[in-house]
Design a protein around this ligand. Structure first.
Ligand code: CMP
Length: 137
């Protein structure tokens, strides 16, 4: 059984997509193992996206990610990292397949509604950024 971290970004919360996104996860057979809503400080957003430090979009991305509440979730299931990435679609919504979350709802490469871990090692680090083992059901 695999785990991954999912974030509904400030634009997803603002657009009232929390229910729709969770519905898509559950309809795909993915289990929500932990969930909370919070607002990141700028420093917390910089810590989460530390691998992107130095990239041209880093400042803007961390401003955006600390601009409003987000929903963070631990998703659990077989092959869930890949399944979640399939449901999200490509980072750039213009390249995302029709029917994916980003193709359906994003309108900007930065404000792309959701984040999902890209590999098992990243998933472990990203889950630990928000949740302790005791928080995960
Ligand atoms: P995410 O999957 O959360 O990972 C890094 C984020 O940076 C990405 O989604 C986008 O929100 C944002 N971003 C902004 N510009 C770019 C870009 N040119 N390439 C990749 N990610 C970008």
């Amino acid at each position: 059984m695999e785990r991954t971290l999912s974030i509904i970004k400030p634009d997803g919360v603002e657009k009232k997509l929390i229910g729709e996104i969770i519905r898509r996860f559950e309809a795909a057979g993915i289990r929500i193992a932990a969930m909370k809503m919070l607002r990141l400080t700028k420093a917390e957003a910089e810590g989460f996206y530390a691998v992107h430090r130095g990239k041209p979009f880093f400042e803007s991305l961390t401003d955006f990610m600390s601009s409003g509440p987000i929903v963070v979730m631990v998703l659990e299931g077989e092959d869930v990292i890949r399944k979640n990435r399939e449901l999200m679609g490509a980072t750039n919504y213009k390249e995302a397949k029709p029917g994916t979350i980003r193709a359906d709802f994003a309108s900007d490469i930065e404000k792309n509604i959701v984040h999902g871990s890209d590999a098992p090692e990243t998933a472990r680090t990203e889950i630990a950024y928000f949740f302790s083992e005791m928080d995960i059901c």
